[in-house]
Design a protein around this ligand. Structure first.
Ligand code: ATP
Length: 514
């Protein structure tokens, strides 16, 4: 099974097992809005915990925050979102479908990159090159399709930096002959700007009502609380404020499942630093964040840094961590050096001083900010993609069958242990239940007695449970159980009293974040 073909399978697997459902599905759903089901919520919570642990609990100088979604509307004037939180959109006149002009071009680049990779694999097979060898990498970067991708990338960057960006993007779409994926035609409208914020109102009557926005990012809740947190936590620079929460964007192109949603969650950390130290911290956080993704099991060759084509006017450095989703390398996290832009803007609009008094230098200044901003849902999708595996395995009878196994990192898996009685009688369910009652204080566990044990293994492979424990007749005599490992399918016999420690060792934060 080719990795770039598994996307539809992941979507149906997510629905079938209760990871993700389309929102309000009984009314035919709502575009780009999704609900997390019984397994999804566990996986999502485990990702949040892993982030919170790594960012807040492992750093003495980073504290948490949970700010409100609704904020005073001036916040969004000050941050620049009212005037400039726009995406360039283009309509196809035949299909009446609307697209993001930059995304249409990025997709074109990705097509050439995928072709280049396929060509390289073919060539490597013929020539006997190892993936990663000098010949392999040389061909990967220099074949016809790779060069075409690089050429368009350069044109794209020029267009984004041009004086008349909208016209330049339009011209490039025409020059590349990009067609609408629905109508297949090149009948494009001009490119226009579209503000992505959702508006709502505070107050009951039309006269007294106040226009509000649903926050399009969690960061501004941190900036407006900078002084509150600094004063009450008595932190000195550098220090960080971290937050996990919902954000809303009226995305033009709603597609690729939970990759681009209208309601999503961000995990953001703003690190307040002394001006002039931003490049040092930029490097530090780039590496730290990449390490976190790898520690949780995302494959190293599916992760890469990507420099921004165009820096926002207030940023002096910005890179993304991209993950190779089945539809290509795409942004999962942004690391941005935002200078003193946000705090200075809020000083100006609020009239309140947002400074830090540096006792050593005996001066006060507006701190600079280094931000790490990762999408929770995109991280979720990365782990679903990374984990999804189809394997041919032998059955108890000796013939082969296919299993779908979600190879999540044990710390992220929705359930850690499933406990089965071999049969539903002779006291075995009672023993299994007593094991559950022991383990449930430490782990999320599940009791399962339906069907043959083989079927139960398959069910738990499909939801990624790393350990299955079976209680059999011998358990009554030796107080031991069979523990089966999800990935290797190896089984070990363990005294019941040792199961907890065995599992706990595989879930050690020290191992992962140490
Ligand atoms: P994109 O270019 O893909 O629209 P962005 O650069 O606007 O993303 P940021 O504003 O840097 O994204 O937001 C930080 C992170 O929030 C992103 O790296 C991504 O993981 C997540 N994110 C942003 N928009 C969405 C969305 N519509 N759905 C899901 N996650 C999102």
């Amino acid at each position: 099974m080719n990795y770039d073909e598994i996307f539809p399978k992941i979507i149906s697997h997510a629905k079938e097992y209760g990871f993700i459902f389309p929102s309000s599905e009984i009314y035919d759903g709502l575009g780009a809005v999704y609900d997390y089901g019984q397994l999804g919520v566990e996986l999502k919570n485990n990702i949040k915990t892993a982030w919170w642990k790594a960012m807040v609990q492992m750093h003495e100088n980073i504290v948490g925050l949970d700010s409100a979604i609704l904020m005073h509307p001036t916040t969004w004037k000050a941050s620049g979102h009212v005037d400039a939180f726009n995406d360039p959109l283009i309509d196809n006149k035949d299909s009446k479908k609307r697209y993001r002009a930059d995304v249409l071009i990025e997709d074109q680049i990705e097509k050439y990159n995928q072709k280049s990779e396929k060509d390289t694999i073919k060539k490597a097979k013929k020539e006997g090159w190892e993936p990663g060898s000098t010949e392999y990498n040389g061909f990967l970067q220099n074949n016809r399709n790779a060069q075409k991708a690089q050429e368009i990338q350069k044109q794209f960057e020029d267009a984004l930096n041009s004086e008349d960006m909208l016209q330049a993007l339009y011209d490039l779409i025409i020059e590349l002959g990009i067609v609408c994926p629905v109508s297949g035609t090149k009948e494009w409208s001009e490119v226009r700007q579209f503000n992505l914020m959702f508006k709502t109102q505070l107050g009951a009557t039309a006269d007294s009502a106040m226009d509000l926005y649903l926050r399009p990012e969690t960061a501004q809740g941190i900036f407006v609380n900078y002084l509150n947190v600094q004063n009450t936590s008595r932190q000195k620079l550098p220090f960080g404020i971290a937050q996990i929460g919902k954000a809303f964007r009226n995305e033009i192109v709603a597609r690729q499942f939970i990759f681009r949603m209208r309601e999503f969650e961000q995990m953001e950390m703003q690190y307040f630093i002394k001006p002039g130290t931003q490049m040092e911290w930029f490097q530090y956080w780039k590496e730290a964040r990449m390490k976190w993704h790898q520690a949780l099991g995302l494959k190293a060759d599916h992760l890469q840094y990507h420099e921004h084509e165009k820096l926002a006017h207030y940023a002096d450095a910005a890179e993304d961590i991209q993950f190779r989703f089945p539809f290509g390398f795409k942004e999962m996290e942004g690391i941005h050096s935002r200078t003193d832009f946000d705090l200075t803007q809020h000083e100006e609009f609020s009239g309140k001083k947002l400074r830090f008094f540096d006792h050593e230098a005996k001066e006060s200044y507006v701190p600079y900010v280094l931000e790490t901003s990762v999408g929770l849902d995109r991280t979720f999708l990365a782990h679903m993609s990374n984990a999804y595996t189809e394997e041919d395995v032998p059955t108890a009878k000796g013939d082969m069958e296919q299993r779908i196994v979600m190879k999540f990192h044990p710390l992220l898996a929705p359930y850690k242990v499933a406990v089965f009685p071999l049969v539903k009688k002779d006291g075995l369910p009672e023993i299994a239940r007593s094991i559950i009652d022991e383990l449930k204080f430490d782990f999320n566990v599940m009791y399962d007695e339906k069907d043959a044990v083989g079927r139960r293994y398959r069910r738990h492979d499909a939801i990624g449970t790393p350990f299955c424990v079976t209680v059999d007749y011998e358990t009554k005599d030796d107080n031991a159980v069979t523990l089966r490992d999800r990935d290797t399918m190896e089984q070990v016999r363990l005294p019941i009293s040792e199961v907890r420690d065995y599992v706990a060792k595989k879930l050690s934060w020290r191992e992962i974040l140490g």
